[in-house]
Structure formats: C-alpha cells, structure tokens
Ligand binder design. Structure first.
Ligand code: OGA
Ligand code: NI
Length: 347
C-alpha cells in the first residue's frame, strides 16, 4: 500500500514517526536548553491534595473548605470517590486508543490548527507557528453551545457511545465542583456557573508515544489552562508536573482518580484567590502515555473579569476584563510559554 503523504503544511504526528521506526528525534522536537526539564528543580513523587468526594454528602462545609484551600494554595488536586464508574473511564480509554490507532489517512481527515472546529486532530499545539514542537498528538472536540448535534467521528464504531457517556459524566462532575468552588468563595453555589454563561467544553485526548531522546524534548510545554476548570484522567505512566515557585512537582497518579486544576478564568473571576497552576508533561523513553482532558469553559461570548464581590478600595482588580473568545484565540494562535493569566494583569 502506498504510504500516506500529508501536504507540506501538515505534520502527521509523533505516533506516526515512532510507528515508522524512528530512532533519533528530528531537530524540530529538540528544545533549546533553556526550555528543557532541569533535574535538580524537580521534586519527585509529590502528593498533591487528595479530595474525597464522599465527604460532600457527610460534611459539605468541610468539603468546601478543603476544596477552597487546595484551589488557593495549589490550584491542583486529585479527586477520589467522584462517582464516575470505572467502566466509563476504561471504556473511554479503549475508545481513544482505537481512535489513535486508525490509519493515518483517516486521522488526517480531521487535521487542523483551528480551535473552534468540532473535531480536530493535530500534533503539538500550533505546528505552523512553533520553532520547537511538543512530543504529543491529540484529538480535540469542541462542544459549542451553538451546535445542535456533535459530529462524532464514525470510526472507530465504538467511539461515539463511549465518548458521549464519558462527556456527560465529566460534565456532571464539573458542575458539582463548580458549585462547591462558588461556596468556597462565599458566593451562591450557582454564581460561578452563571459567570460562565452557557458554558462550553473542550475534550482533548493527548497521546504521548515513547521518545527516543526524552531529555531533549517535552511532551507539553509549561502552561496554564485558559478556561475555567480542567478535569484530567491519565493512565499510570506519569510525567505530569506542576510548578510552584521555581520547582516542578512530579505528580503521582492515583488509579482511577481525576486530576483537577484551576484554570485562568477562575483565577480572574476570584481576583487571584484561586490559582491557575502552571503544568507541563515529560516524556518517557519506553512507554506510551495517554491523558484525557476535559476543559470546562465559559461561553465564548462572555466577558470575564474579577467579580465585584472581590473588589473594593483595598482590593483593586488584578486583571482586566476580556471576552473569553479573545483569550482562547490568543492562546492558540500566539504560542505562549508560561502563565497566560499574567498577561492580563493590570500592573
Ligand atoms: C493539557 C494538559 C496534561 C497531560 O492538555 O492542557 O495540560 O497530562 N495536559 O496531558
Ligand atoms: Ni494543561
């Protein structure tokens, strides 16, 4: 069979490179030394806060307090006893692996660098604008509140059912967490959801194949997530790190837990009380890693700024108000490395 040839502006991805027997990474994946992970700045095997969602029933007030503390001090935590069945999560992992295993011709039908398309297949972040690329491929769904029905890929046949079930479970979890996060700020439980408007979701599955030169590359550069709340499910391979000060903390995945992190819009709405944490992904020499990430975001046409409840003479607004569409477009088109919300600071 003739091998597939992408057009000159397209990259077929890192899985395809490895499937073809690559032994040394191409120069475009080599990070300049200033961007590589530095071993002595990494803190191994750290337990970030673990939040037991069973406590939501037994003592809501204490649950809210713990969640609020984790979101202000860390901006990232794991949740256990979240109520999403293991079969739903494992089913989704199976469906996503089948999706990445499709022939490259089939995957390339979805190739685009656009954000607001319903289904996107791409590699790295915005390959045409990057001088050095990230070592991962991804499929991304944009669930807009303007769409009537989501155009799921028809192949693999199992995917639509498995992914829709996963999405509705994660959406429910995000609503529960958002209510508690509202209460943690002393607001009505529906206040943050109201600020998000008719909220939208991006579901992104990241595939990190083994990398022949893991010390020279990164799976994903350090960044904060641009949306509201991120709910991430990963396998047991590891490689996700979160930054506090100058140190990078290696996150140890708990089986069947979710990693949740605060993203930029919650930092802005809370005028800095909740922290949108910077994170990145290292790659492995001999293992493939998979993550499935749900970005629970405000509606594109909502303007997000610090809520008036947090502004007074002693507490001026730390961020300017921005149309969310503008914020997310900036993230995808201008390749930013580091904390996005700092760009919104007034001072
Ligand atoms: C992301 C992200 C981390 C991971 O997609 O924004 O941070 O573990 N992913 O894949
Ligand atoms: Ni992220």
């Amino acid at each position: 069979m003739p091998s597939f040839v992408a057009n000159a502006n397209q990259h077929t991805g890192v899985k395809a490179l490895m499937d073809n027997g690559l032994v040394t990474i191409p120069g475009r994946y080599i990070k300049p030394p200033s961007h590589r992970a530095v071993k002595h700045l990494i803190v191994p095997g750290v337990e970030i806060p673990v939040i037991d969602m069973a406590a939501l029933e037994s003592d809501r007030e204490e649950f809210v307090q713990t969640l609020c503390m984790a979101s202000s001090e860390w901006g990232i935590f794991q949740v256990i006893n979240h109520g999403i069945p293991v079969e739903t999560m494992q089913g989704m992992v199976y469906g996503v692996l089948e999706l990445f295993d499709l022939p490259i011709e089939e995957k390339m039908k979805y190739y685009t660098e656009e954000v607001f398309v319903p289904v996107r297949y791409c590699t790295s972040m915005t390959p045409s604008q990057e001088t050095h690329m990230e070592w991962h491929d991804h499929f991304q769904h944009y669930f807009s509140n303007r769409e009537k029905e989501h155009p799921w890929p028809e192949k693999p046949a199992c995917y639509r059912r498995l992914a829709s079930s996963y999405v509705s479970s994660v959406k429910h979890l995000s609503q529960t967490l958002l209510s508690a996060l509202s209460e943690g700020l002393g607001l009505d439980s529906n206040c943050l959801a109201k600020s998000f408007g008719d909220s939208e979701m991006i579901l992104r599955s990241n595939y990190y194949p083994p990398c022949p030169n893991p010390d020279l590359a990164l799976g994903m550069n350090g960044h904060t997530d641009s949306g509201g709340l991120t709910i991430l499910f990963e396998d047991q391979v590891g490689g996700l790190q979160a930054r506090k000060g100058d140190l990078w903390y290696d996150l140890k995945p708990i089986k069947n837990a979710f990693i949740v992190n605060i993203a930029d819009q919650l930092q802005i709405l809370s005028n800095g009380k909740y922290k949108s944490i910077e994170h990145r992904v290292l790659v492995q020499p001999d293992q493939t890693r998979l993550s499935i990430v749900a970005f629970c975001n405000p509606s594109r046409d909502v303007v997000i700024g610090p809520l008036p409840e947090f502004i007074d003479q002693q507490n001026p607004p730390l961020y300017r108000s921005t149309l969310y569409e503008e914020h997310i477009t900036n993230v995808y088109t201008k390749y930013l490395d580091g904390k996005h919300s700092q760009k919104l600071q007034i001072n």
